[in-house]
Design a protein around this ligand. Sequence first.
Ligand code: MN
Ligand code: MN
Length: 292
Amino acid sequence: LDDVARADIAILGAPFDSATTFRPGARFGPAGIREASLLIRSFNEALAIAPFQVVQVADAGDCACSPVDVKAAHDAIQQAAAKLTQGGTRVLGLGGDHSVTLPLLRAAAAAHGPLSVLQFDSHMDTSDLNFGSPLTHGTVFRRAVEDGLIDPSSSLQVGLRGSLYSDADATSSADLGFATIFARELDQLGIDGILARIGRHTRAPLYVTVDIDVLDPAFAPGTGTPESGGLSSRELLAILRGLRTLDLLPVAGDVVEVAPAYDPAGITQIAAANVAFELVSLMALAHRAERS
Ligand code: MN
Ligand code: MN
C-alpha cells in the first residue's frame, strides 16, 4: 500500500491470537497465507476476472497488535481497517483468531451500516463468556449483535458441527436470530441448496467471514479448534463462487484461524490463500459493477 498510495481492495493482516481458547498460533496466519499465495496466478477462471488488472489491490501489511491486551489489539485493528474503509477501500482481513472479526466488523459497519454476515465456521461463536471473558474468538458474533454491527435476522452460519458444552449451545445462534446450516445437513442440501438458503437469509451490505475450521481437518489441520466432518476445499470454493450468481458481493470480509504450526504440509495455508483469492475476486466484481 505504501507503493501505490491508495487501493480499491486492501489485504490487512491481523496477527493476533490471544483470544483463542485452545491451540494458539493463528497470529502467524497472515504470514502463512501470504507465503501460500505465491502460487496463485492472476486470472480467476471460475469467476472470469483478473482482479489485479481490474482494480487496485494492495497489501496493507499487518496491524501492530498487542499480544497481551485484547482490547488494545482490537482497537489497533479497528483503526487500521477504518482508515482504509473511510477512503472507500474494501478490506479483506487475514487473521488471527476469530476475535479479530469484531474490530473489522466495527470498521465495516461504520461505513456501511448494520451488516448481513455470511459466516463459514464449524462453531457458532455466539457464547456470552468463555472462561469468564466477554472478548474471545467464541463470543465475537454475540458482541457484534449487541453492538448493532450486524443484523442477525439477515445473517447465516454455514458448516456448524462438533461437540458442545450443553444442549442449550445448539440453539444459541438461532436464539439470537441467526439462520444456521449444520454440516450434517450439507449432503442433503448440496451446493445449490446451500446457495438457495444464502440467497434467502443474507442481503447487501454483505460481510463474508471464513473461519478456516469450517473445512474438514483433512483439508485444514492447521487451525486452533479442528472439528471432524467438515466441508472440502472444493465445496467451500464452489459456495463462494456461487455468491456471484446470487449477486451477493461482499463489501468486506476475512479469513481467520489459520495456525501454521499445525500445518506441516502447508495445506491449510493453501486453502486459505485460495479462499482469500476468491473473496478478492468477488470484491473486484463488486467494484467493477459499481463503476459501470
Ligand atoms: Mn470461528
Ligand atoms: Mn471455528
